[in-house]
Design a protein around this ligand. Sequence first.
Ligand SMILES: Cc1cc2nc3c(=O)[nH]c(=O)nc-3n(C[C@H](O)[C@H](O)[C@H](O)COP(=O)(O)O)c2cc1C
Length: 385
Amino acid sequence: MADASQTPHLFTPLALREVTLRNRIVISPMCQYSAHDGLANDWHLCHLGSFAKGGAGLVFAEATAVVPEGRITHGDTGIWSDAHADAFRPIARFIRQMGAAPGIQLAHAGRRASMQRPWYGNGPLAETDRARGEVAWPIVGPTAEPFSEGWLPPTALSEAAIGALVEAFAVAARRSLAAGFEVAEIHGAHGYLIHSFLSPISNRRNDGYGGELAGRMRLALEVARGVRTVWPASQPLFFRISSVDGMAGGWSIEDSVVLAKALKELGVDVIDCSSGGHDPRGATNSNTGRGPGFQVPYAAKVRSEAGIATQAVGLILDGPQAEAILAEGAADLIAIGREALNDPYWPLRAAQALGFDPEYALWPEQYAWWLSRRAKALARLPGRS
Ligand SMILES: Cc1cc2nc3c(=O)[nH]c(=O)nc-3n(C[C@H](O)[C@H](O)[C@H](O)COP(=O)(O)O)c2cc1C
């Protein structure tokens, strides 16, 4: 049995409203580009289910579009109809059965919508994609300025169209609840719709949704308010930000602190501190210096200056590193992405690396009995004790 008196920070449960996470490990939302017509399928069940089985406290489903035009690619999941909620229901149920909380990231890709799946090029849809039947669709943004040269030009959203999208986020949240999700996250990062309104690099509007910080934050706050209204008071709401643009004249960490304070006022519980997204060279954070834990300082600053719980993410590689981040008070939660792809059992292995679970007590009972005996048998082998 795990010894509760020596529980590492990483394995200390966290109560957020009336949802208690069994530990501090979160599987970061990760698009799989594997849905058809936005419907989650068996791939998503196995993909997300393996993380719940692997011991995470909270498992986020990928960026899920609130309207069809808000998908990044033809393979993105969506939640714009009841059939989409039905497709997610067995996935959320299995995650709960495995002892994790199921979460969903609600998203709109804005002017970065309608692009290629990464493995087909990660750029604007091209002739080769059209040959597969993947044609571009009309996209929207803060202005008619494209993401970058050669990308589809968006239509600038009218105030009425913005209102409709705010409503679409709320309706999507209601459907997410019906699907059985316990945590919702609003995707406000990575150059997608909400971030493109926040950042002065992409928002050059001169109406009430642009200009100074307050105008640029308006869409983010309206979406948060709309979602919070339908999302039960008993359940937590996360908001993912790009803490910095990492580009001259862009969104700053000071802006993030102001936004986090306003989101807290609206009932957001956790700020998920990512970064980047406006650099047309591609990868989400390619414009910020990258090394292990490179975004942790953002989570630390937002946590201490806005007085709100934060989630650290980005090249958090192993249990001891994650434990140190929590121990120094830089964040409340640790999100992992690619490490979980590399090893869905990352949380259970982290427990062992921290000496917390030598008997495999945290593993699913179907595996634990065998693995604990195997460990003892191996230890008895000559030269292994
Ligand atoms: C395959 C893949 C898909 C991703 N999809 C999303 C997504 O849907 N929403 C999002 O906010 N971030 C997405 N990201 C970013 C991750 O959530 C995470 O922030 C990033 O990978 C850094 O964490 P890591 O170093 O642990 O991988 C994705 C990353 C990967 C590798």
